[in-house]
Design a protein around this ligand. Sequence first.
Ligand code: GLA
Length: 387
Amino acid sequence: MSHSDSVTSCFTEHFQSQPQFLATAPGRVEVIGNHTDYNQGPVIGAAIDKGVSVALRRIDERAFRFASSDFPFVETNDSSSKQNGDDAWANYPLGVYNALIRRGLQQSGGFEIAVKSDVPSGAGLSSSAALELASAKAFCAAYELELSDKELAIACREAENEFVGVPCGILDQGVSAFGKTGHLVHIDCREIEFSTIPLGSEYSIWIFNTHQKHSLVESMYATRHEECFEAVKQLESLGLDISYLADITPQQFEAHKDRLSPNVRKRAEHVVCEIERVKQVCALLAEGKVSEVGGLLFDSHESSRTLFENSIEELDYLVSILKSMPEVIGARLTGGGFGGAAMALAGEAFTQSYAQSVASAYRGRFGEEPDVLHCQVSEGARLLSIS
Ligand code: GLA
């Protein structure tokens, strides 16, 4: 069943009527640029061919209804209040609705929205950003609000920071908004500039989802965020005029790092060197040297493991096996870390049977197989036509 058919049937099943607008947005992988986004560095991601679709209908009554095949039904008549507990999933579309009101959306009545996802949740593939972007596209169409994709990505990040309460950067929303088939998305997080880099349709992304998730993953992400800003504070107190870790070169960092407190030094070293790695990947891609970026992806993972300490044993194991396979260009953990999935960038030489051998080796070590997902690099958020 196509995305539009399955989300339409989810809508009609819950609301016994036809939706007026359909939209879809992809999940993403972080290709390189780990925790660089909120430090104002660059990052490269890819939109994948798994995403979230929404179906929307405006109604006269002041009621806001949210349906999904995966989460409980939510209804409220106060669109400005956060939902709690099992209903908290509705905060993504609700947060976006509120962010769009601040950008000129004229409220009247309410709406009904149905959500259908084929992004595995908990894999670090940003199903939440996909839900935000798909909702944003549908709201803009339904309320005749004209905003650029850049404004939509910013509004969706604002929803996640302020309404949902996660201090994420712009990576997830930016890639979901700007994805392009066969292209990577580059984000300059300081200027908030998005561009696409041709990858070539022979390359694809393999995801190995460990299903492991640190129980404190949200607070660990927030702690890393704080440690990065603590590093800036400590570097400022040493006389450096910086506001973000992206303001310092690796050479300047090297000259000052020994005077930072130990954990803060490690976190900052990861970010400062990762920013350099993203620049090197960009330079290689600009020359079409896709097969040469692998070493930088493996270095990024090693830095996560030893400096940022956002990897886990299962991800380290996956990356070490993938590194031993010549058919793999590069592999690393993807996204925030502390669990989730490893990604591998590979050409056509890497096939399902190679992926299966990785999964079997993993089972030999940890007792169960990771989910293997083969993803093509795909289009960003868009409206779908109603059939
Ligand atoms: C999560 C966040 C992103 C980014 C990555 C780490 O995916 O949502 O903004 O910080 O972690 O690079």
